[in-house]
Design a protein around this ligand. Sequence first.
Ligand code: GLC
Length: 447
Amino acid sequence: MEDYSAEGPTLTPVDLRTLCLSVLKENDRGNHTSPAKLYPHQWLWDSCFVAIGLRHEDPQRAALEVANLVHGQWANGMMPHMIFSKGREYRLEREAWRSWLSPFAPDKLSTSGITQPPVLADAVVKVGAKMNATDRREFYHYMYDPLVAYHTWLYAERDPHKEGLTLQIHPNEVGMDNTPPWVQQLYEHSRPWWIAMIEKLHLDPFINFIRRDTRRVNPGQRISNMEALLLWDVVRRLRRKHYDIDKILHRTLFATEDVMFNSILIRNNTQLHNIASFLKYKLPAELVANMKHTEEAIKELYDTGTKQYYSRDFITHKLIKEPSIGALMPLYAGSISKERAAELVGLLKDHKQFWLHHPVPSVPLSSKYFDAERYWQGPTWVNTNWLIIDGLERYGYKVEAADLRARTIAMVTSAGPYEYFSPIDGKGLGAENFSWTAALTIDLLAQ
Ligand code: GLC
């Protein structure tokens, strides 16, 4: 691989697009694109982002990327966050989740037992927009029932008290595995005695057996061994309950109404509406009512004291006031008032928090968790930038959107399509040749 670490932009936009396309080609597995060499398998929101970029080059292949997710969909409507590749070498990963314990899991495939942020409808709309009317109709029609089933499941299973906000049961469901609000929850509510003991006796360096990522990537750029153990333990608990939400919630230690997940849901509800009106189909009335409710309920995640949105603890109903990039995601939702959006733009442009040299860091500089290189505790990610840019555009902040777009492209140009980047010096971190970085860069270049 070439060295992209040199200072300053070294590639023209055309070169950058070619490079990004070659990354997608390298990670192409026929009917899906894996996130990187480090991650085999198909991942839910990764594939949505891949399709959003790939549509500029090959709309049919982009459509296949998201259509393939339907094979993994559970009979109850859930879209799992991972569809495992076949092959003996992945046996342990399939075993870790054992999706076959749930009566709803597909027969012919192994998947995880949780979902990921629902960006699927947005991806479907955007891919369809690149097709002629006949192909678009056919594609939307193919995706319509799975999408309705997915959004219906989100409300039926994940909003049991009809609060308008869906709950998440594992940090991986929000796609930001070690984001501080979740880490705080795990430490507070979900630490079995033996994990506490490992921590007390400082045995965590020996836990490498559950890690594959740190063999390829500098451990200082990944989640810590303690965090990995806690995440693994949550999987174990969910698996033990066969992914039955009633059993899980009956005695759960924690569940969170995540601000980023619910913001993404709001935007994707709107996109599902758009698909339905293109097809002249009528969405189920109950789903429409639930969708409206979420737009209202997101207001409850706003804290007037700090003028910020936070995730909420489903059980105590208290806001989890640990800052993260999630606070900015109501911009992408598109349902908050212009006044609130203006406050969020102010927060985004604050040099002491989010507007660093290479914005937007996954936690603000002022957070006690901030570490420029550690996964979702500081680094800048292209997918969250993309979500913010999309929101800024729709709220009419064209200048801010263009600025963030240019900075994101410049960062990828000089470092290469890495998984994430230091918000301080723009250094590429994590996996190299990362699919959603490549795909979303293609999309940003095309805007
Ligand atoms: C990590 C990320 C998650 C992503 C996955 C595959 O788990 O936190 O958001 O989907 O890797 O790229």
